[in-house]
Design a protein around this ligand. Structure first.
Ligand code: B12
Length: 332
């Protein structure tokens, strides 16, 4: 049992709620961790998590927390409430409908990927927790989950293993239902903020040799923001122009700052005009490397000399190689 027990932070991520919410549920409703290892903080067992999952589902469905907690504490297969719990009344039938209670005790797998849930493919429990937090528009839990993942696994692993599956799932669900625009916008904002915070926590001293820019009219910035945060984490200086950069403005930035590499992001064919790349190659201060990044670009339409990284890892490696070739003192 000890191996399966989780800290408060890990339990919150698993459930997709903020740690502060977990603390409140513990203090007010007695839904706390029951496993006690001498000399350590108490940990959440699978039975504790089962109770908390019921609590989460019922509160999402609009059941008052005190009543949701009563149902959570008495659900089959869960442990009895802690001796110190403040609420000890037996559950009474109130606002929770039979359907709500059934949904609360049904195995989670029955809902994932169906209904209004965001599908995350084979991504793990943290991604499912993040997807649930996104569905609840819970920006605190989203931010905490991403920050924790970046601190533990780094930017590249967090982008590939956590953020991409959830973003793709939001896109998939939106394409199928035309809904979830509010989820997409709020989640995008939270991802952006978390990546910016990660980038800020690694200030780079050397020259900003890499220029990151979206193609003209391109609004999808998150993969480029992930690249920026990953570069900062690796100690590579960069400038970020962000969304919707007209080609004249891009050329102006190139001519004023003389970057060694330019990464031009296009997410959809609508913004992937190869003339933008050709203009970069013809610039008076032509960068050593021009990268056409993103699924918008079509390999067979790219001007000769343009490189097309397939993922974040490759884009980071290319940028690091350019930096190292110009600033060898930074190697190692
Ligand atoms: C968030 C989002 C938005 C946000 C963007 C916010 C922001 N700041 O970035 C907003 C709301 C602004 C938005 C707007 C629109 N969006 Co949008 N959006 C998305 C969503 C959900 C995630 C985008 C993302 O960050 N993807 C990153 C990862 C998840 O993408 P990926 O495919 O796994 O990544 C591939 C490559 O990019 C590569 N890769 C991944 N990361 C990296 C990193 C680097 C550095 C490199 C080199 C490669 C790389 O590996 C992957 C495998 O090929 C996608 C869904 C999706 N599947 O992407 C839709 C999606 C991209 N959007 C779509 C559409 C249609 C739009 C709009 C036109 C909607 C509209 N009607 O207004 C506008 C476009 C406006 C414009 N001109 O740019 C479509 C595009 C369809 C298409 N192929 O043309 C998608 C696919 C949704 C869908 N299924 O329909 N969107």
């Amino acid at each position: 049992m000890a191996d399966e027990a989780l800290s408060a932070g890990a339990a919150a991520r698993r459930l997709g709620v903020a740690v502060t919410t977990l603390r409140t549920w513990h203090q007010r409703y007695g839904l706390g961790p029951s496993e006690h290892v001498p000399g350590h903080h108490r940990r959440y067992t699978p039975a504790d998590l089962a109770r908390l999952e019921i609590m989460r589902r019922l509160t999402v469905d609009g059941v008052a927390p005190a009543e949701a907690a009563r149902w959570a504490r008495q659900a089959p297969g869960t442990v009895p409430p802690e001796p110190g719990a403040r609420l000890r009344r037996q559950p009474q039938l109130g606002a929770a409908t039979v359907a709500q209670r059934a949904a609360a005790v049904a195995p989670r797998a029955a809902r994932d990927g169906g209904g209004t849930a965001i599908p995350v493919g084979r991504a793990g429990p943290v991604a499912r927790g993040l997807a649930r937090a996104a569905m609840r528009l819970d920006s605190v839990a989203i931010g905490e989950t991403i920050a924790q993942a970046i601190a533990t696994d780094g930017v590249v692993a967090t982008w590939d293993g956590l953020l991409r599956p959830v973003l793709a799932g939001i896109g998939e669900r939106h394409a199928a239902t035309a809904a979830l625009i509010e989820v997409e916008h709020l989640a995008s904002r939270c991802v952006s903020e978390a990546l910016a915070a990660a980038a800020r926590s690694h200030p780079t001293a050397g020259p900003a040799r890499i220029l990151l820019s979206c193609a003209d009219e391109e609004q999808h910035t998150l993969p480029l923001e992930a690249l920026g945060a990953a570069l900062a984490e690796t100690g590579v200086g960069y400038r970020m122009l962000g969304a919707r950069v007209p080609v004249a403005a891009l050329l102006e930035a190139v001519n004023r700052t003389g970057p060694a590499a330019v990464v031009l992001w296009s997410h959809t064919p609508a913004t992937a005009d190869p003339d933008q790349l050709a203009a970069l190659l013809a610039a008076p201060r032509r960068p050593l490397l021009v990268l056409a990044a993103g699924p918008g670009w079509q390999a067979d339409t790219l001007p000769t000399g343009v490189v097309r990284p397939v993922d974040l890892t490759e884009a980071v490696s290319l940028a690091v190689a350019v930096r190292d070739s110009l600033d060898p003192s930074t190697i190692g």
